[in-house]
Write a protein that binds this ligand. Sequence first.
Ligand code: ADP
Length: 613
Amino acid sequence: MTERRSRRARKKAHKEAERKRPEYPRINLKSILYCMRIYRRAVGLRRYFFWFYRITTSIVPSITAILAGRVVNEIQRGINTQDFGGFIFFVALLLSVQFLDMILGAIYRMLAISTSQETYIYVSELIATKYIKIPLIMRESREFADKFERVRDFGLSIEYVSTSAITVVSALVGLASVIIATIFVSPAITIIIIIAAIPSSIISLRLAARNRRNWREYTKDRRIAWSIERKITNSDSALEIELNGLSHQFVQQMIKARRRSQEQDINDERAFFWPRFGANIFQDTINYAVLIVVCIEIILGRLEIGAFVSTRTLLNQLTNSISSLFSSITEISSSLVNATDFMEFMETPAQRSGDIEIHDIPTIEFRHVTFTYPHSNVPAIRDVSFTLNPGDSLAIVGENGAGKTTLIKLLIGAYVPDSGEILVNNQPLERINRDSYLAQIGALFQDYSRYDFATLGENVWFGNVEKPYSRKAIIEALEDAGLGDLVGTYKNGLNQILSKDIDSQNATNLSGGQWQRLGIARAFFRSPNILILDEPTSAVDAKSEYDIFRNIIKKQEHKSTIIISHRFSTVRRAEKIIVLDEGKIIEQGTHEELIEHNGVYKEMFELQAEGYT
Ligand code: ADP
């Protein structure tokens, strides 16, 4: 008794929980049409043939069913009348339809060979081209990163959605053709088999909606699983994971997250098992009853013998069309959950650019600039004013989090100030043509890039791909960055691949310091009018840093340089030094002036000097 009650209570609680879950996200036609538009552009004119083929092949089984019935009738008539003309005619017609179907199928397979790859390439290009135009401040946000992951997921399913949509349409046409064909056999049969198919169709639709909702609700768990999988399989984190004994723990966590993401689907499948079973039995029973009635009608002479062949084939075709219709709807619905994110992403406004071109070393002026990161209450930059004239060398010092990198990002136009102005040649930065401005700048950040997919030579050449790939210039840049020996040590010279993840056989891995110098070599190769170095030598020893900076000073003699560094041996050489603290400039001047001033700079300088004695 108590057990029954508790089971009932559990059921009630489950129902209540189900009710509280959000509504099923609807399949939205706009997203499907959007996917189809992209697919259309990717596959070009072939789409017309694809449509033609899918629609024709969905009608062929119904035509075949009717023709097969006619062939059987004509045989019987031939046996009775010795006139086989009708039989020959219908056999010829049947074979022609089959032959046409076969030819169309062969053409389809030939044309469809590379469409998946082509759509994939087209969509990747679309996403990447859009991504690089989106303002950096937006790309840096966590929400955007989450959204972008969904966008990429969705990109992969665009072809799927489109082909499934074609399948839905062709299944509907197939279904209509079955219905029309059964009317030829007997209109009563048509009505009965439609009624028989209703319960199972409703159940399939409800299950599809549940799957769609589950897919959306468990996005977080799927992402956790993917993220752990990437960490486990990425060689960058492998060593740390192994040393900390985390491998087993991570595998377990990944499996748990994956299970969680599947659990609800399995529960729903279970919940729908009996209703679906019942609906299928109902449909099959009625279908067999229809066949029996057809047999009786044939015996009674009210239907010709071919009606049996036609009805049987049409019933099969009906079941196939319905199941392909609902499986395609399910596929579409689970693939479409991220469609809105994709469409929003594609509509994100691009980084703005003005029309004033910059062709030479510009003067850059900050006037009372204040900037606050989104979701932060405290400004990262407060009321900052300074001028960088052509040929100046400027050093920025300050503790971690003082705002140095933020200042650089404002200067390159990646962020827009909340208040104050950034002027380039006395014009507001928004009015300057972005590409021409960035063409003057070369920057190397703390978290410098490792282009591990590329060769040693390309890693330097990427500093300026507008310049020709010159062996001589590349080797010179490597030498200036203290990597002159590297070329000789590799069998492949400049063509050496630098990551074992990319080419496990022939690649060599570089140390952190070597990668950093490679970044510096890239900056040397670019030889920009304004060189920005944000702690570029943190992984390089003091002696190498000294040599590298000597080279930088030589190369940048008449150009502008901005250096962020913690090493005062480097900082003191700058013509102008800015001391930042909590986003504010607290001191500025030359090294001598600041020492004279006897403030924070002097204190920091002496602290470091002590460290060396
Ligand atoms: P520094 O380069 O001097 O170490 P940053 O310019 O990187 O300092 O950071 C300045 C302040 O802005 C810090 O408090 C930091 O936590 C915050 N900050 C940096 N980047 C972001 C970001 N993308 N979103 C929110 N806050 C940030």
